[in-house]
Every structure is written in C-alpha cells, then in structure tokens.
Design a protein around this ligand. Structure first.
Ligand code: SF4
Length: 187
C-alpha cells in the first residue's frame, strides 16, 4: 500500500482501481466523490449504497434526494460542495464499514481534505463522525456543534438516510447545514 496521490483527478483515478481492502472484491464501481477543487464545504457520508455502487457517484439514491432537498433548504448549492464517503466502495448488503476498511480508506479521505482545503467539513451520520473526529465521538455529543479537525471546523449531523426513517430529523439536518453555510460564507 503506497501513499495516495495528490490532486482530485489523480486521487479519483487511483480510488477507481484501488485494492487496498476487501471491499474492492464486491464493488461494481468505486465512488471517489465529486465536487470542485475550490469547494468551501466537504460533506462526508458513510459508504456508497446500491445506487451509488451502480453509478459510481455519491448520494444518488433516496438518501441523496433527501440530501439535495436539505442542501436546497439550507441555501447550499450541491455543485459547489465536495461530497465523499469514509469508504469509497460499497460494503456488501450495506453493512457498516469495518475498522480495517475504514483504516485502509482513510488516506484517501485525508488526501481529499488536503486537496480541497474547505472552510468547513460536515460529517453525515455516526460512522462518519467517528471516522473524522475519533472513536469516542458520538452524534449525541457532537451533533450540531463545531469541533476542529487539523484546523478545519467540523460539524457532525444526521445521515440523510436517517431522515427516511424519521422525517422529524429533517428540520435538524437543515438547521445544521445552515450553520455550515454561515461558516462557509464567513470563511
Ligand atoms: S474501500 Fe477504499 S481502501 Fe477499500 S478498496 Fe475501496 S477505495 Fe480502496
């Protein structure tokens, strides 16, 4: 396993042919993430799902539609954010990524942060919060509050898929994204 390259196009190309963990054996397409290099906001989800695996793009299924709606309500343009996941390949059956898979894929996430250098990072869901902020982070203690990751402000919030099961969380997701918009505008 070597270091990931720098620069988003080279990173995406490397991710698409990556075999650093077992998820490479079950994926249809790796999902590097997408968005402009000068994005002010990076959104980090957990892992690609069925639709994302089929298309090779992040957040294109039902949860993606929830995210699009929440971003629009918060006044954030999806095309001006960089959207990625903690692991870039779909875990079989949509199970949670395993610790060794998260560890194997983490250099790509860090390289994406370094390439984009956003004003703010928003983690979506418990797994993403733990991957970025550390294993002791939980949504109960970090959601909606700014913390720091290597000098970049990080806000943890709900995963859009959680809204599919509890629509009442949508209002909170939008409120958290509005905080992120304010941070983007300030930074
Ligand atoms: S999940 Fe990440 S580390 Fe594992 S094969 Fe895919 S790109 Fe490589």
């Amino acid at each position: 396993m070597s270091s990931p390259p720098t620069g988003l196009p080279a990173l995406a190309a490397k991710i698409r042919r990556c075999t650093w963990c077992d998820l490479s054996g079950s994926r249809t397409h790796a999902v590097p993430g997408e968005g402009p290099r000068n994005a002010r906001l990076v959104l980090v989800g957990e892992a690609p799902g069925r639709n994302e695996d089929a298309e090779g793009r992040p957040f294109v299924g039902l949860a993606g539609r929830v995210l699009d709606e929440a971003l629009a309500r918060a006044g954030i343009s999806r095309t001006r954010t960089f959207i990625t996941n903690t692991v870039k390949c779909r875990p079989p059956g949509n199970r949670r990524p395993r610790a060794k898979e998260l560890a194997a894929c983490r250099p790509y996430l860090l390289a994406q942060f370094a390439a984009v250098r956003p004003s703010a990072i928003v983690t979506l869901g418990q797994s993403a919060a733990k991957d970025v902020l550390g294993p002791s982070a939980s949504l109960a203690t970090t959601r909606g509050r700014w913390t720091d990751f290597g000098g970049t402000p990080v806000l943890a919030t709900y995963h859009p898929a959680a809204i599919l099961y509890n629509r009442r969380l949508f209002r909170i997701l939008v409120a958290d994204l509005r905080k992120a918009r304010q941070r983007m505008e300030a930074g």
